[in-house]
Write a protein that binds this ligand. Structure first.
Ligand SMILES: Cc1cc2nc3c(=O)[nH]c(=O)nc-3n(C[C@H](O)[C@H](O)[C@H](O)COP(=O)(O)OP(=O)(O)OC[C@H]3O[C@@H](n4cnc5c(N)ncnc54)[C@H](O)[C@@H]3O)c2cc1C
Length: 476
């Protein structure tokens, strides 16, 4: 039995932000329990090709008001991502590259559809899918002589892109008015971490030595890996919380900050907590949603798409889509696009969403590889060199994540729940001190689905404890 006063479950961005803030404020008994054998959670930077790739979070989204940007702005860690700011080519499944003049006009239609800019969504009672579909076809009427077949193929691809941004399987489950809960930070929305990956930000938070990967700075000796928590026994009338790990190890705490993903909570909260969580929290766990967004990295011996292409989107024509759906490669329908990767000239990065992504997660690497070769043959007229290596993610299959990031669904509106219900701490009924606290991206009221949201949520819960002890008692 070990006794630790503050136990943080999960060493992702939220857990690391909470722990470092507490340690910097003078708390000493802080332990992070992490189910994986690494820190970072949905930030997972790995070595690949010429340096590193991010399997999870990749970009710092915005500048003003983004805690990550504001912390690192003078450190020369971030740079713009030219690759995805340029216009992608659109290739149809009959190998035709759609003319720029057509794409530019279609882009002018969707440029007016940016969900967070839609005043009409503020009181809208339906799904984002219904709203956007209606608006797209209405706006299209203002663009004369556009081929409606290509317009529809383009729009199908655009909807998948919006899904990947929301983290939803499809747009008809996404809340229309919920779009206004999310706030974009002003500034560049796609700043990347050069050849160091997002992990370099976490190491900065920990004050870890830049050169020595084994150094965890403030968190040295404070993260217990392979420590999957299976049971948390709490009582609102005592400050002793009993945490049991998968291997039977028992850990006692006075405060627990739970940062596991919404996907994990959905799957295990019924058996994780005794007594069960209050109804309002169960409703939030049920009502908030997250879907699957996966990545595919392909390494080539040398760059294979034309050098002036930042990337390309795949547009399925009806006839080839009908054929595809009858083959073992049906899941390729979920792929949105491929693009170049900063600091990695020999890589292509692809995105896949929803049920198709979950299907890909069940396949072997060879099966995914063969399917992608088939896909490129289908879309490209010229012979393509075979990729030499493939890396694809499995955010849904991994029981420590069970999905990618959270969003507001129509069902969230229906059951009238919110991230603040998820974030509300459970207090000791005798003295009002927080016993069980909740952090993580899904608990942030307007930066959910992002790392800056996760970080702020960790700070929020650390601050709750700091305020409690600084005001009333000496530090733990
Ligand atoms: C493919 C993808 C791309 C993304 N791109 C971006 C991006 O470009 N920019 C951006 O800002 N955000 C992005 N995100 C979202 C961002 O990664 C997350 O919002 C953020 O990292 C979540 O941090 P967190 O601490 O809330 O949760 P997590 O990172 O999930 O941390 C929770 C931790 O809890 C651990 N855990 C789970 N269950 C248990 C248990 N029972 N016991 C102990 N430990 C447990 C997990 O292993 C994990 O380490 C992306 C996410 C994905 C999946």
């Amino acid at each position: 039995m070990k006794t630790k006063h503050i136990v943080i479950i999960g060493a992702g961005a939220a857990g690391i932000a909470a722990a470092t803030r507490l340690l910097e404020s003078g708390f000493e008994n802080v332990l992070l329990l992490e189910a994986e054998n690494r820190f970072g959670g949905r930030i997972h930077t790995v070595s690949f090709a010429d340096n590193v790739v991010d399997l999870g979070a990749q970009w710092c989204h915005g500048e003003q008001g983004n805690a990550i940007y504001e912390l690192t702005r003078d450190l020369d860690m971030l740079q713009p991502t030219d690759e995805i700011e340029g216009g992608f080519e659109c290739i149809r499944s009959n190998k035709e590259v759609v003319a720029h003049a057509v794409i530019d006009r279609l882009k002018s239609v969707i440029s007016n559809l940016e969900p967070t800019q839609q005043e009409g969504l503020k009181d809208y009672e339906g799904s984002l899918g219904t709203y956007i579909t209606d608006a797209f076809w209405r706006n299209l009427q203002t663009v004369p002589d556009i081929d409606r077949v290509i317009a529809r193929e383009f729009f199908e691809n655009y909807k998948k892109k919006l899904c990947s941004m929301d983290g939803a399987d499809h747009l008809f489950e996404v809340s229309g008015k919920g779009q206004h809960e999310y706030l974009d930070c002003e500034g560049d929305l796609h700043l990347n971490w050069k050849d160091k990956g997002f992990r370099s930000f976490l190491r900065f938070l920990m004050k870890a030595d830049r050169e020595d990967a084994s150094d965890l700075g403030l968190l040295n000796e404070r993260i217990q890996y392979n420590a999957r928590v299976e049971h948390i026994e709490w009582q609102s009338s005592t400050s002793e919380i009993r945490i049991r790990l998968w291997n039977g190890e028992l850990i006692l705490a006075n405060h627990v900050i739970c940062t596991v993903s919404l996907g994990v909570l959905k799957e295990i909260h019924h058996k994780l907590f005794t007594p069960a969580l209050p109804l309002a929290k169960c409703r939030a766990i049920d009502g908030l949603k997250l879907g699957t967004v996966d990545k595919i990295y392909l390494e080539f011996n040398k760059p294979f798409v034309p050098l002036d292409w930042p990337g390309f989107s795949l547009l399925w024509r009806d006839v080839e889509l009908a054929e595809l759906r009858n083959t073992e490669y049906h899941w390729l329908e979920g792929i949105i696009n491929f693009h170049r990767v900063s600091c990695q000239p020999r890589l292509l990065q692809g995105w896949i969403i929803g049920q198709h992504a979950r299907h890909m997660e069940t396949l072997t690497e060879t099966e995914v590889f063969d399917a992608l070769l088939w896909l490129f043959k289908k879309f490209f007229s010229s012979e393509m060199p075979a990729p030499v290596r493939l890396l694809s993610t499995r955010w849904h299959s991994n029981p420590n994540f069970r999905g990618s990031y959270s969003f507001r669904s129509v069902y969230t509106d229906e059951v009238r729940t919110s991230s603040s219900d998820l974030a509300t701490p459970i207090l000791d009924e005798r003295d009002g001190k927080p016993l069980l606290q909740f952090a993580g991206e899904a608990t942030h009221s307007h930066f959910y689905s992002t790392v800056h949201g996760a970080v702020e949520s960790g700070w929020r819960e650390a601050q709750r404890l700091i305020a409690q002890y600084h005001e009333h008692k000496p530090l733990l």
